[in-house]
Ligand binder design. Sequence first.
Ligand code: XMP
Length: 326
Amino acid sequence: TWTMVNVVDEQVERIKEQVGDGRAICALSGGVDSAVAAALVQRAIGDRLTCVYVDHGMMRKGETAQVRRDFEEVFDALDVVDAEDQFLTALAGVSEPEQKRKIIGHEFIRTFEAAEVRVFGSLSPEERGDTAYLVQGTLYPDVVESGGGAGTSTIKSHHNVGGLPDDLNFELVEPLRTLFKDEVRAVGEQLGLPSTMVWRQPFPGPGLGIRIIGEVTKERLDILREADFIAREELTRAGLDREVWQMPVVLLADVRSVGVQGDGRTYGHPIVLRPVTSEDAMTADWARLPFEVLEKISTRITNEVSEVNRVTLDVTSKPPGTIEWE
Ligand code: XMP
């Protein structure tokens, strides 16, 4: 019968078979998928795994520090890379969503290649092995929506699937490729990962880069980071973190509307709240957040983030909308 214990044992065996006595780096995003993938691989190959977390400058407020704290507890070797300049330079002038995703996927891989050289480059050829392995937390829905499943077309290129370059120098290790998120969480609990890690709401690898509608710049990211921080803080205060699957906060960076604050006219940007409920992210419904929570978020964002003068709510299910706007 199919149980989580079986999944863990079976995947650990498969990883041992694939990697042998080789070495691997794991692309750690801070989310549950890559954490569970890394934990399985750590169980299989021990200290021949190094986890690499890339701060691409599109993470949320305080996120990198928190990931560092949480993951150092669980993983023996953690390498944190500051790649903000690299990613934002590569994204300069780009607004088209698929192009953004491809660029981000490409820069991720180049960053992991550089990390592999930094981490394993000083080893002897025998110790380093012939193959460079890259562990990713790719799930079944990522594969399907990136056009990898039979008879499907690309909806959006998930950064760890459709954004991979043709000349990839890695052999991929993807132990979660047949699983859905709820199954991954069960495996994470089976492995004894902390519940903050296992129950963390999903956050896309491309980060806030696909939540800025328009060109991604540092200035726009800082605006969105503030608004997103407030929205998440209020959701947590209301005790709704588990009920809501996730709540993307989106900045319509190329849109401005007129408002009034104090005695003066404002001409600022709208923020969109996109709270959803879901089982597996393949379909979703818009979350009926209490009006008081919405009011609190709206008041605080327009008071505390001077560039934002309007907060709107996305009431579209998936389909026809997707969860993320890009
Ligand atoms: P969509 O927008 O396709 O999102 O309805 C479904 C789920 O996937 C997340 N998502 C991503 N996760 N890399 C990821 O790791 C990506 O490129 C990516 N794009 C979307 C999204 O947050 C939602 O949970």
